[in-house]
Structures are given as structure tokens and as C-alpha cells.
Design a protein around this ligand. Sequence first.
Ligand SMILES: Cc1ncc(C[n+]2csc(CCOP(=O)(O)OP(=O)(O)O)c2C)c(N)n1
Ligand code: SF4
Ligand SMILES: [Mg+2]
Length: 275
Amino acid sequence: MAEHPLHKYLRMEVMPHVFCPGCGAGIVANCFLRAVYELGYEDLSKFAFCSGIGCAAWIPSPFFKADSLHIMHGRSIPAAMGIKLMKPELKVVVFGGDGDIAGIGGNHLLHAARRNLEILVIMVNNMVYGMTGGQVAPTTPFGAYTTTTPYGNIEYPIKAAEVVATAGASYVARWTVYHTRRLINSIKKALNTEGFSFIEVVSTCFTSYGRRMGFKSPAEMIVWLKENSIPISEYKKNPEKYAGKIPVGEIECTPREGYVKRVWKMIHELSAKSS
Ligand SMILES: Cc1ncc(C[n+]2csc(CCOP(=O)(O)OP(=O)(O)O)c2C)c(N)n1
Ligand code: SF4
Ligand SMILES: [Mg+2]
């Protein structure tokens, strides 16, 4: 039997993977590798991956056949910044959950966007802290039932993609795990856009979230994502009418010189002056 075209990017020896059946993290991994494949990369040697702690953080490490750092919860972006500063030639990609990236790591996210740091962050937003059993997260929808909001969430969720765009990122988009083709195209574009790229992928966690919200299966959650998404252009025409819907699409696409380029430019200028 012919080998699957994406197997060459995976450490098959560590399979089976850890994700629950129907977990959106697998779909995100698949879309990322499909994007890499379509861009023509023979392997992942031109990439470095970074992730914190959480289910989504397992996507690159240990499953991608690549150099990766799997570090503390919330601190993947500063670690990625270190890699990018010392190895600017690499494409540095961070994978993480909504808790990891927008919760405990939210401050790093904000400032990486402000600096326009040349990395891609893919935030798998399953709307809860999945790995630890489904506690409320900054991304949990208003009214949702979680282990720590048994009477319904009384907070409003952060619009992470919009915040990152406002903070200064070059490329920002939001999709769901239903929008696989558009997500693949978006990852391809993000990988080739100069500056900080951020893709939020609204995802399914049946185990720690869906069951509590009354869904019968992961597939039912994906249908819900399909039916409750709306193109961002439509959403903007009447946000009140579409309150509670998921605006999907590109939010920002303005390639600009990034932080690491500016750092190295300064180093070269100063060393030329002093020599
Ligand atoms: C500093 C620190 N605080 C808390 C934890 C416990 N912890 C591990 S994973 C996690 C949340 C994971 O949620 P998310 O980042 O959304 O990823 P998911 O599992 O949902 O994909 C937490 C709070 C930890 N490991 N380290
Ligand atoms: S707990 Fe949720 S996020 Fe974690 S692997 Fe299972 S389905 Fe995926
Ligand atoms: Mg999560």
C-alpha cells in the first residue's frame, strides 16, 4: 500500500496519538501538514515548533518529525522568540490551546503582535481548558456550562483574533475545524507573510466541553460550527444581529517588516560603525 503523503512529516514510531476521538486538534495538525505539503516542503527541516502545555500543545511535539520545544504552559511565544532571534532563517511555528495562548500566555501574545515578531501562532480554541478537565477559559462563550461554571459562564469571551490584529500583527485569520480547505489556504498564506501571523481555529473538544453542552457526538459539534459561523464581512454589517455567531475569514493581511529583522539590522549597523 502506498504511504500517505503526509507520513513523511510525522514520527510514526510514536503513534497512536493522544487525542480523543473527534478532537479538533487532529484536524488542525492535518491542515497544517497539508499546507506544508502543498507549499512543496520535502520535510520539516526549515521549521522549528514550539508549544506549551495542553492538548493542542501536543500537535507538533512529539508527533512532527522536526525540531521542537515543548515547554511551560503559557510560555511558548517567548521561547519561539528566542529561536527566531538566533535562527532567523527558520519558520518558527507555535501551536497552543486557547488557555495556553490567550489565557496564561495572553500577555506574550499581545506583545509578540505589537513587535510584529516573525512567527506563526496557531491557537486551537476549543473554548475550555481541555486537558485539565474542562474548566472555564477566557474564550468560553457567555452562558456556557463548564466544570467551573456549573450555572453558566457569566463572563464574555475574548475576541483573540481581533485583539491580535489591533495589537499590530501582519496576518490574522479565524476559521473553525469545519473550514478545512480555507484553513489550509490561510496557513499557506500566513507562512509566507512577513511579520507576526496568528490563526485562531475554533475547535471541538467533545470530552471536556461538548458533552457538558448537550452535544451527542463530535460530529454534531462540527455541524454546529458550520451552522454558527458567518463570514466576517457579513458579521461586520450587523454585529448585533449576529451576536453569538463565529465570524470567520481574514481579519488582517498587511505584510510588514518584523522585529527580528529590525534587531539584526541594528546589530549589523552598530558593528559596522564600531569596526
Ligand atoms: C503554570 C501552569 N499552570 C497551570 C497548569 C495546568 N494546566 C495544564 S494544561 C492547562 C490548560 C490547557 O488548556 P488549553 O491551553 O486551552 O489547551 P487544551 O488542553 O484545551 O487544548 C492547564 C491550566 C500548568 N501545567 N502549568
Ligand atoms: S480532552 Fe478535548 S482537547 Fe483534549 S484530546 Fe480530548 S477532545 Fe481533544
Ligand atoms: Mg483549550
